[in-house]
Design a protein around this ligand. Structure first.
Ligand code: NAD
Ligand code: UD1
Length: 340
């Protein structure tokens, strides 16, 4: 069994990826500081796979602890690095927190990878690196635009750190540029756990349907799109998780074509905010209370992926529909409300 380190493995995307890694026969060691997750997630993962992953509660900003961790955990063959702060608004208010948590942590990890000859590294990037695209769907060759937030900037800097490290060492890395992950595991054992008022569309929708939020605000209906609302590429988190497994296998089997590669991970299909609302209502039979408000600053009009590269090179394709994703998000919301 190959041993893989998953940082941020108790978070939203990390936990789903741990499940898929275990299903594919990998041994998983998780690092998480629980800053945006809970220990319950470990139980959720174990309920699905019947294999408790090894867990180390550790803050990756603590360099000496990170060094200790790698001395203790031998024979790690690959790293999937999810741990980061991800709230765009918060990053505008507190950029140094983002530069510390999203950049220092990557540097410390890469130093340990070098010291321990761990050469396979998967990184969580984002479609946010493309900014407002010049043409759609977006391919990986589209230019990286000036970041619209410190959070977005950290993803661009992270990719550059990886490019330079791959060029100067044995490191092989794949950056996956996620589009909009939504949904939860079909068992409702794990899902997204937003702290406070959700900033993202789907958790706000499910909390509105559950009666926790009075009204959903649609941020603008005057965009240059068919129904005036913004368009995004919503991908089921389980499909996204599986992309990490195939990307890791590509590195382990040395099938990568260069030492640093990027792949768009989306469905290739764009949906507007109104379409997501309608799809949620159709799938769940719940009526959503919403109104249209001003545009949210920093939102791009439309963004969706050209997934040809991931389809052809990784042999990966999103399989689940937006209806399945919304149904699973609703099932998860109901589960956590019943538990609360
Ligand atoms: P998440 O917040 O649910 O998961 C991140 C996990 O990392 C959390 O469990 C948190 O406790 C942990 N963590 C944060 N800082 C840490 C530190 N210093 N040391 C140890 N653990 C730490 O986020 P997510 O949605 O699962 O996102 C995972 C990754 O994917 C992030 O890098 C994020 O920027 C990126 N990403 C997310 C999205 C999205 O829509 N969710 C989109 C694009 C990219
Ligand atoms: C946001 C981040 C992006 C990050 C991604 C995943 C911004 C500007 N971008 O993307 O960097 O990678 O989350 O974490 O914050 N919407 C509403 N009402 C709501 C919430 C959202 O109408 O209450 C709309 C938004 O205007 C957008 C769409 O829904 O058009 C999706 O929004 P969201 O889920 O926040 O994701 P992004 O903005 O695409």
């Amino acid at each position: 069994m190959k041993k893989i380190l998953v940082t941020g493995g108790l978070g939203y995307i990390g936990s789903h990826t741990v499940v898929e890694l275990q299903n594919a026969g990998f041994e998983v060691v998780i690092i998480d500081n629980l800053s945006n997750s809970s220990l319950d997630v470990l139980g959720g993962i174990t309920n699905i796979t019947s294999q408790p992953p090894t867990f180390e509660r550790l803050d990756l900003r603590n360099k000496s602890k990170v060094t200790e961790f790698f001395k203790l955990h031998k024979n790690i063959e690959g790293v999937i690095h999810f741990a980061a702060s991800k709230a765009v608004g918060e990053s505008v208010k507190n950029p140094l927190l983002y530069y510390e948590n999203n950049i220092n942590t990557l540097v410390y990890l890469l130093q340990e990878c070098k010291a321990h000859k761990i050469n396979n590294f998967i990184f969580s990037s984002s479609c946010t690196v493309y900014g407002e695209p010049d043409s759609l769907p977006i391919t990986e060759t589209a230019p990286v635009k000036k970041a619209m937030s410190p959070y977005g900037n950290t993803k661009q800097i992270n990719e550059e750190i990886l490019i330079d490290t791959c060029a100067s060492s044995q490191l092989q890395s794949i950056a996956l540029r996620y589009f909009n992950p939504i949904g939860a595991h079909e068992t409702a054992e794990i899902g997204e756990l937003p702290i406070g008022v959700p900033q993202n569309l789907v958790p706000f929708i499910t909390q509105s349907a559950a009666g926790i939020r009075e009204q959903l605000s649609v941020f603008g209906n005057d965009y240059n799109t068919p129904d005036g609302s913004c368009i995004r590429d919503y991908i089921h988190v389980v499909d996204l998780a599986k992309a990490h497994v195939v990307a890791l296998q590509r590195l382990l089997e040395q099938k990568n074509k260069s030492s640093f590669e990027v792949f768009n991970i989306g469905t290739g299909q764009g949906n507007s905010v109104f379409e997501v609302i309608k799809a949620f209502e159709n799938v769940t039979g719940k009526k959503l209370n919403y109104n249209v408000v001003e545009r949210r600053s920093g939102d791009v009009t439309a963004v969706y992926a050209d997934t040809t590269k991931a389809n052809e090179e990784l042999g990966w394709k999103a399989e689940k529909t937006i209806q399945q994703a919304l149904a699973s998000a609703w099932k998860w919301e109901q589960k956590i409300r019943n538990k609360a």
